[in-house]
Design a protein around this ligand. Sequence first.
Ligand code: MG
Ligand code: MG
Length: 280
Amino acid sequence: MVQIKTPEQIAKMREAGLVVAAIHDATRKAAVPGATTKDLDEVARKVIADHGAKSNFLGYGGFPATICTSVNEVVVHGIPDEATVLKDGDIISIDCGAIVDGWHGDAAYTAFVGSGHAPELLELSRVTEESMWAGIAAMKNGNRLIDVSRAIETYIRRQPRPATGKYGIIEDYGGHGIGTEMHMDPHLLNYVSRKRGKGPKLVPGFCLAIEPMVSLGTPHTEVLSDDWTVITTDGTWSSHWEHSVALTEEGPLVLTAHDGGKAKLAELGITAAPDPSSRP
Ligand code: MG
Ligand code: MG
């Protein structure tokens, strides 16, 4: 069953989304050489507290931190700690969320630590981020869930291949419905699977966290002995981008983007839904 939200509920989710956007701003500034991933977690914890929000990551299934910090070959679910010191040339994916009045937001981005990254790493992050936007652009009334999966996969497959061979679209993890829980039905694959149907129809009030994960090699992953950290099986580095998105009568609203997705969607020829947080 998919939870369909009213405009008032979407406005609440927008509040949670703006807290997530603020965490992104603060952690992006703090992700510099010499910082530990624990430092970033503390930055995030403070932003959530300053907004009077709650963390949906801390304690989730026993997860011990406020954000996931996934460095280089770590795909997702890296645990912040004092031992992981960011170095010039690293890439880090930071995934985090917040709850406001029971409504959840969830979003992730990949950042470059320091400078001098190889062009293929810059391109990996660009392709992953743009594939997320292609998925967001497919959030149209009357489309099916599979149209979002197809848009993400098609975008990635149409890009020039990296020197490492080809992009690996991570298969073991994907996007999800979001609302009164962080993870709700339906599960969203980042590729088209013949084993799955077309999925539910997208209608106003449908909310999805869209989150492609892409590696410079394999689509396959394994989980380390801490039961959380997910790495690529071939050790290639990976990128993760995510936004929580609500479909409304007036189109998509990117809940976790400061501008509601307005600028980026305009580039793609789509008008973002009006932002309830900026209404008088
Ligand atoms: Mg997330
Ligand atoms: Mg998510």
